[in-house]
Design a protein around this ligand. Sequence first.
Ligand code: IMP
Ligand code: MG
Length: 204
Amino acid sequence: MESRVALSEMEDAAAFPVAPRFEAYERDIERVLITEAEIKQKLRDLGDQITEDYAGKDLLLIAVLKGAFVVMADLSRHIRLPVETDFMAVASYGAATKTSGVVRILKDLDHDLEARDVLLVEDIVDSGLTLNYLLKNLRGRRPASLEVFALLKKTGIQRVHLDVRYVGFEIPPDFVVGYGLDFAEKFRNLPYIATLKPEAYTES
Ligand code: IMP
Ligand code: MG
């Protein structure tokens, strides 16, 4: 019997002739900021760069839950090295759309970081306060190296100096959703990055 595992690009396109739509979300979306294709291309390019930079090394990818679960899954498949993955869950105290800078670790790593080459994968760097806290914490575990990948970086509003080695896209300092990023836990599964209409924040 013929194997259906190796779907060619053409078969793939035939199976999905029209891009699937997210009608339930679309009425809340103001503007698509970054398309699915743009994200895919960027992750390919940065994946290539990471593959080169870490060739021969023992790379450990760490994603900060929940937001980074989508980018972690896609980015890791563009890194052609035998990577390991781990997850950390943190909660910042304060309102839904603002960060207070105080972070609580809800789920710690399974891996020991000592002498590991670690790449922390973030969905977005906004104030940078969460990341700053995490980096201090992780540095204390004596990794061989510690770098940051952020899919998005809001321009000009970081309240602390941060060295983000790999940045996907610099965006204006507006609240965005999609591709892992949520508003009230929704929109994480949207395959692109978008801004919401003002009404979306008030209606529920
Ligand atoms: P920061 O500490 O201000 O850099 O941001 C911490 C966290 O807030 C991020 O990891 C996101 O989970 C969340 N966040 C910041 N900006 C946005 C946004 O525009 N949309 C959705 N979540 C955001
Ligand atoms: Mg996050």
